[in-house]
Design a protein around this ligand. Structure first.
Ligand SMILES: [Zn+2]
Length: 592
């Protein structure tokens, strides 16, 4: 069948669409047929099409080739890895008669004979599918057992597919067991389950068992890329990777996500759109979190998780991201040439490389181990968020410790330091490549760190740093959504420069020695500082005009008008100092 697709060079294992025709609709334009969800349209119909299950396919092929096909199979694995799909392929393999009607059981069912066609269309009288999740009772199983007594109506073999078999009641299992012990020769069972532990050993021991693997991310990503190509939809590679990652090994889940992403896309499916759709923490946030924990700053780390949580990101997933990032950074450290690799996303090459320069391999591998353990803890914890935050806090505290080797050297060299101490390592101990926290903090203590308690302080700092354009944009084209140092959420107006957030973040981080996160938001937020200033100015004019003294002056000097209202208590933006808004000064002066 591969010949059919030879002109589509990238399709090494083309997923054939299900349906009555032999791959017919795959070759038609996508709009010719009513829309079918991708998971159905590209459901594998042969063992060749199954992705990520090579070991099982090899064993099954071998079984068919030697004519030693088991009487019962137990397919286990997470949802969406292809259990029922495999069951249907097995049913066809058992019953295919070939295009000439003379073939026997084969690992490569033809897809065109009446039996193949009927099974493909889900209307074969001898292939019975039952969902044990909805039919758990002994009577349901009795029906099946009853049916096994009769010869197949049309096919060679009756195939009973029981999905979610672990849901059967104890009595139902017992009833089934007798049939499994002495199965009639013309009957095969294919069981599928996501929870193998709940299947009695007595049943298990009578089945050939296959553990369907979670499909690897790279395989999923490549698979989705092929399908996007077939659908003539352009999807950014990074968006495909995100979907593949979120699918967590499940082809079906991934295809559902791809469906959604395509439906929501306006043309190209972008990484940003998928990030948004999945409620993921964006990449920048993961880097910020890494920075925070590796410089031993739990407060910052928790501010980032708070923000991520608000945006609907799953903190367990965020730990996974950190784990992955730790791996990437370690690779960048070990193989510096990777920094030039176009395979790595931009952020990894720049921010990842900066982290690699800062962190030592012992520190990175300790972080890796703690995260690996932490990811497991989160999966079993009753409160995922709490568990994830505990892991991060632990990391913050440990990241500050010198690597064990250094510690031993220091202790034996007599230069004992308090653990996590802020003093630089004694000389001779070699580079103490601990994540920034301590050394940076020490350096900063000597300078005066600007105090930033409001967004206006931020603007003032930017002015002080002589960033006139950035300052102007902060005043005129940015709406403050949330001010929670070191996190600021902003909604820039369209005229604001694209790199405003990045520039502001860098400036603040350099000026304060604390890493700031400038997040963009779509929330309305406050009026711009300029708008607030002019509103306050108008209010002051009204108040001033109302002042008895001012009225007396205006009355006494016809032609007098209020020009400027000076308020000695307001700042350079015409606004009262933060926290003093209430006491709108009474001491206006009036000028003629
Ligand atoms: Zn066939």
């Amino acid at each position: 069948m591969s010949g059919l697709f030879q002109d589509e060079s990238q399709l090494d294992t083309p997923p054939a669409p299900e349906g009555p025709g032999l791959f017919g609709d795959a070759l038609e334009p996508a709009h010719a047929a009513p829309y079918r969800v991708l998971a159905r349209k590209y459901r594998p119909t042969s063992f060749n099409d199954l992705i990520g299950q090579a070991a099982m396919v090899r064993i099954l092929r071998n079984a068919f080739a030697t004519g030693r096909v088991a009487h019962a199979f137990m397919l286990t694995g997470v949802r969406g890895v292809g259990k029922t799909t495999t069951a249907r392929i097995i049913a066809r393999a058992l019953n295919c008669t070939g295009p000439d009607g003379k073939g026997g059981p084969t690992a490569d069912p033809c897809g065109v004979c009446p039996d193949c066609a009927a099974i493909l269309a889900d209307r074969h009288p001898d292939v019975v599918e039952m969902d044990a999740a909805s039919r758990t009772g002994v009577d349901d199983v009795r029906e099946i057992i009853e049916a096994t007594r009769f010869r197949p109506m049309q096919a060679r073999t009756k195939v009973f597919v029981i999905d979610e078999v672990h849901m059967l009641s104890r009595n139902a299992f017992n009833a089934l067991l007798k049939t499994l012990e002495e199965p009639p020769p013309h009957v095969k069972f294919v069981f599928a389950t996501t929870e193998l532990r709940k299947v009695p050993v007595t049943v298990l021991s009578r089945c050939q068992r296959f553990d369907l693997r979670r499909v690897r991310m790279a395989e999923l990503s490549a698979h989705f890329a092929r399908i996007a190509g077939r659908e003539a939809v352009s999807v950014e590679p990074a968006a495909l990777d995100l979907i593949a990652r979120a699918a967590d090994g499940s082809v079906r889940d991934g295809l559902s996500l791809l469906d959604q992403a395509i439906a929501q896309a306006d043309g190209v499916v972008t990484e940003a759109a998928v990030t948004n759709m999945l409620g993921l923490a964006d990449r920048g946030m993961v880097f910020d979190l890494m920075d925070a924990v590796m410089s031993g700053q739990p407060r910052q780390a928790l501010q980032i998780t708070e923000l991520a949580h608000e945006r609907g990101a799953d903190l367990g997933m965020m730990l996974q991201d950190l784990l992955e990032l730790t791996y990437t950074v370690t690779r960048l450290k070990s193989v510096p040439a990777l920094r030039e690799s176009q395979d790595l996303p931009e952020a990894e090459r720049t921010r990842g490389a900066a982290l690699a320069d800062r962190l030592s391999v012992p520190v990175l591998s300790r972080a890796w181990q703690m995260l690996l353990k932490g990811v497991g803890e989160v999966e079993t914890a009753p409160d995922r968020r709490a568990a994830a935050e505990m892991v991060l806090i632990r990391l913050c505290h440990v990241s500050d410790l010198p690597p064990p080797g250094d510690l031993v050297r220091r202790l034996s060299g007599g230069g004992v330091q308090a653990a996590g101490g802020t003093a630089p390592a004694p000389s001779g101990g070699g580079a103490r490549a601990v994540a920034g926290g301590a050394p940076i903090a020490a350096a900063q203590a000597e300078q005066t760190v600007p105090r930033i308690t409001s967004f206006r302080d931020v603007a003032a700092l930017v002015a002080e740093k002589r960033e006139a354009m950035l300052h102007a944009h902060l005043i005129h084209s940015v709406h403050l959504v949330r001010f929670a140092p070191p996190v600021i959420e902003l909604r820039p107006q369209p005229e604001a420069p694209k790199d405003l957030a990045a520039r502001l973040g860098t400036l603040l981080t350099e000026a304060t020695g604390t890493r700031w996160t400038i997040a963009l938001s779509t929330a309305e937020g406050e009026a711009t500082i300029a708008e607030q200033g002019s509103a306050a100015d108008s209010a002051r004019r009204v108040t001033a005009a109302d002042h008895p003294l001012v009225r007396a002056i205006i009355d006494a000097f016809p032609g007098a008008r209020i020009d400027t209202v000076h308020d000695t208590s307001v700042d350079e933006y015409g606004l009262p100092a933060v926290g003093q808004q209430a006491e709108l000064a009474d001491d206006e002066e009036c000028e003629e």
